[in-house]
Design a protein around this ligand. Sequence first.
Ligand code: PNS
Length: 169
Amino acid sequence: MTDKTRRIAVCPGSFDPVTKGHLDIIERASKLFDKVIVLVSFNPNKSGSTSFSIEERMKLILKVTGHLDNVIVDCHPGLLAEYLKRTGACAIVKGLRAVSDFEYEFQMALANKVLYPEAETVFLTTSSENMYLSSSVVKQIAGLGGDISSFVPSAILDDINARLFKESE
Ligand code: PNS
């Protein structure tokens, strides 16, 4: 069901797992829009290689966004444009870390604009402390027994370590 009176933004991503960098973007988006949907989405380039199931990723996001009244978590296996259309969202919010992110993000933004012209892609520049941070960096460090407490919200540190240590055994 769409809600035309409220400005809804979608923050899509793989979130495998959610990091402090993601949370920073979600918190900032929640100040700009009436409602933010954090959408665990399907990235064909990463299919079959995720560490966390969709349900686990959603649970981790729920745990770290509990303090944000206007944020909900959902998942969608198909096209992002279809989801935007269905929910009446007016924006896709993405974080941009570096120039290296730009070409890929630009391509997706243009494709989504063609598929669903009513929504805009809004890029938020990442906070300087999260410039280098990605889910793959977190997985690599944790998998090798390193300390990831600077990279993931403390509420989910144990959940992530438990899974990634198990995986690397
Ligand atoms: O966190 P990621 O993996 O960089 O996020 C990429 C994601 C999941 C947002 C992107 O792959 C996506 O939008 N997937 C949904 C399927 C889709 O609509 N593909 C066409 C995008 S132009």
